[in-house]
Write a protein that binds this ligand. Structure first.
Ligand code: KG4
Ligand code: ZN
Length: 337
């Protein structure tokens, strides 16, 4: 049936992605990672928009071909509305509006953060809410009580850098490249997490996080070493830093789950791809008889499957948006009481 087929479009940062869903079933998805940013050590917003412009058409054609469909089969367009880079969001949103208008189908503006949270349930007909979500990406580090797909409560958040940002900044300090998270993850496997004890920060009476002190501490540690030391001990330093981040994220999440009586914990966002964090959360939740939802690795970092899936949820609740919807670079989850 035409109306149940959703095309999802994601262009919030440096991945150009498209996906096709039939009902809650993922048919196909493509994520094109922009390589142009690698040599700059971070995402260059202007280049990101230009690359989206170049890649989005071919990516959509590709996903339709692989789904053995044409545009005529599409019954609705789901597109990331925010948060993200303004220019990048605009490319996806304009493309989506053009398609919705041309095909005369509804458009669904999707909050990228909701996409990350519910990426755990891609392909599921029912969402096992309520749960406690650890949202850890390049821009966010939040603990969220998720009552259902509309009702969220913020439990704690970073007071400075996001966890992914800390990975990226420390990777830059160590001179190992961009994006830092996956590189530190890989390097850490060859190193010892006990090599050096970096500080773990916490705040009394709060579930908030802080990572900028840790980053500064790594910087000071590096500056004190003799030439050649860092290069010789790169895996050990990476593993020691990663262990500090994992200790803080997992410790705080488990404490909140205990205090608030949550038996279900959901990991979300790019940092949820971290192998040590996943391993630790499996151990801790198993020890306490809690259920852990770890997104499939393909759906941790930015992708359009999570956007199309949220589009499906919006389509069944009949909440289509108008063609006037704007890109909202600082779009937040709307937190209730
Ligand atoms: O969710 P995401 O793809 O984009 C945002 O919405 O921000 O997250 C990107 C972040 C980057 O900071 C990247 O370094 C981090 O996720 N990341 C990781 C890993 N894979 C991606 N951090 C730690 N370990 C990983 N394996
Ligand atoms: Zn993201």
């Amino acid at each position: 049936m035409k109306t149940s087929i959703i095309l999802g479009i994601e262009t919030s940062c440096d991945e150009t992605a498209a996906a096709v869903f039939r009902g809650y079933e993922l048919i196909h998805h493509i994520t094109a990672t922009q390589l142009v940013h690698t040599s700059y050590g971070g995402v260059v917003p202007e280049y990101a928009s230009r690359e989206h412009n170049k890649l989005l058409g071919p990516v959509i054609r590709g996903v339709l071909e692989q789904s053995e469909m044409t545009l005529a089969d599409i019954g609705g367009i789901a597109v990331t509305q925010g948060p993200g880079l303004a220019g990048s969001l605009l490319v996806g949103l304009s493309y989506a509006k053009g398609l919705a208008l041309g095909l005369d189908v509804p458009i669904y503006g999707i909050n990228h953060i909701e996409g990350h949270i519910f990426a755990n349930f891609i392909g599921e007909k029912n969402l096992p809410t309520p749960f406690l979500c650890m949202l850890v990406s390049g821009g966010h580090t939040q603990l969220i009580h998720v009552e259902n797909a509309r009702d969220y409560k913020l439990i704690g958040q970073t007071r400075d850098d996001a966890a992914g940002e800390a990975f990226d900044k420390v990777a830059r300090l160590l001179g190992i490249g961009y994006p830092g998270g996956p590189l530190i993850d890989r390097l850490s496997k060859e190193g010892s997490a006990d090599f050096h004890h970096f500080p773990r920060s916490s705040f009394d009476g709060s579930y908030d996080f802080s990572f900028s002190g840790l980053k500064t501490n790594v910087m000071q540690y590096i500056s004190k070493q003799a030439p050649g030391f860092i290069k010789d001990h790169l895996p050990d330093i990476a593993a020691s830093f990663q262990e500090a981040v994992v200790d803080v994220l997992s410790g705080q999440t488990m404490q909140a789950a205990r205090d608030l009586g949550h038996d279900r914990i959901v990991l979300a966002g790019g940092v949820a791809a971290n192998s040590r964090l996943r391993e630790r959360m499996v151990e801790l939740t198993e020890a306490e008889g809690k259920t852990l939802f770890n997104p499939d690795l393909r759906y941790c970092t930015d992708n359009a499957a999570m956007i199309a899936y949220m589009g499906y949820w919006k389509s069944i609740s009949g909440s289509a948006d108008s063609l006037d919807i704007a890109a909202i670079p600082n779009l937040k989850l709307s937190f209730g009481g």
